[in-house]
Design a protein around this ligand. Structure first.
Ligand SMILES: C[S@@+](CC[C@H](N)C(=O)[O-])C[C@H]1O[C@@H](n2cnc3c(N)ncnc32)[C@H](O)[C@@H]1O
Length: 217
């Protein structure tokens, strides 16, 4: 595990008990309400693999309409909260590194990742997607959502590395400060990245989030 990855793990482990505060921000309510309707609609009846599910905020909305759902995260702490959600009794929660999604997870006709892709270093984006796609059946549907640049008002970019990755310094309630890799891909960058592997790419910019949906080519 790289130092940056280790730091992010510690950060999300420490933040797990109050992570859900991000879903209470008043300025996000309209977008969240739309996503709570839209995401389950697009994943209904499917076998869904969720990557980096965290405390399971989106899992609880998708699981009731999914045919089958496996929700993964690299951290045990947020997963423990996810397991307590209402409506997730049928979900198989398991620890898994998003860069090493093994065949034991199964094969799926849909995938979802919420607020995860922004944490993938630029140089690992294609690797992550190829690994995810290996767990998917031909024509599978993939949905990802993430923060728009509005999030920078809370956490400005503190550093940029040689590869162009941007980092924020985030404080936890215990006072510890963590350096968190957080990229803000543009629609054009996502389209270029996805072009060789995806079809029917749809991008939607909400105020506080972006959403991309595509099917495996
Ligand atoms: C911003 S949270 C998103 C949680 C949830 N998907 C949501 O939308 O609320 C990012 C999550 O990524 C997880 N994570 C960090 N590194 C990971 C990795 N290499 N593989 C899988 N999950 C990872 C963290 O534990 C954390 O739960």
């Amino acid at each position: 595990m790289t130092h940056a990855t280790q730091e992010m793990h510690q950060y999300y482990a420490g933040r797990a008990p109050y992570y859900d505060a991000v879903y209470l921000k008043p300025e996000r309510q309209q977008d969240i309400a739309w996503l709570r309707e839209h995401l389950p609609q697009r994943l209904a009846g499917r076998e869904v693999l969720e990557v980096a599910c965290g405390t399971g905020y989106w899992t609880q909305h998708i699981a009731p309409v999914a045919q089958h759902m496996v929700a993964t995260d690299a951290n045990a702490e947020p997963l423990a909260f996810a397991r307590q959600r209402p409506g997730v009794q049928q979900v198989h929660f398991t620890l898994a590194d998003a860069y090493a999604l093994g065949p034991e997870l199964g094969q799926f006709d849909a995938a979802f990742a919420g607020l995860w892709f922004s944490h993938v270093p630029l140089e690992r984006q294609a690797e992550f997607l190829h690994g995810l796609h290996q767990r998917l059946k031909p024509g599978a549907r993939v949905l990802m959502i993430d923060n728009s640049t509005v999030q920078l008002q809370d956490f400005p970019i503190a550093e940029t590395d040689a590869a162009g990755n941007t980092y924020q310094h985030r404080a936890l309630r215990d006072g510890s400060v963590h350096r968190v890799l957080k990229n803000f891909p543009t629609e054009a960058q996502l389209r270029t990245l996805l072009a060789p592997m995806a079809q029917g790419v749809q991008f939607r910019a909400l105020d506080n989030f972006w959403m991309v949906e595509y099917e495996l080519a």
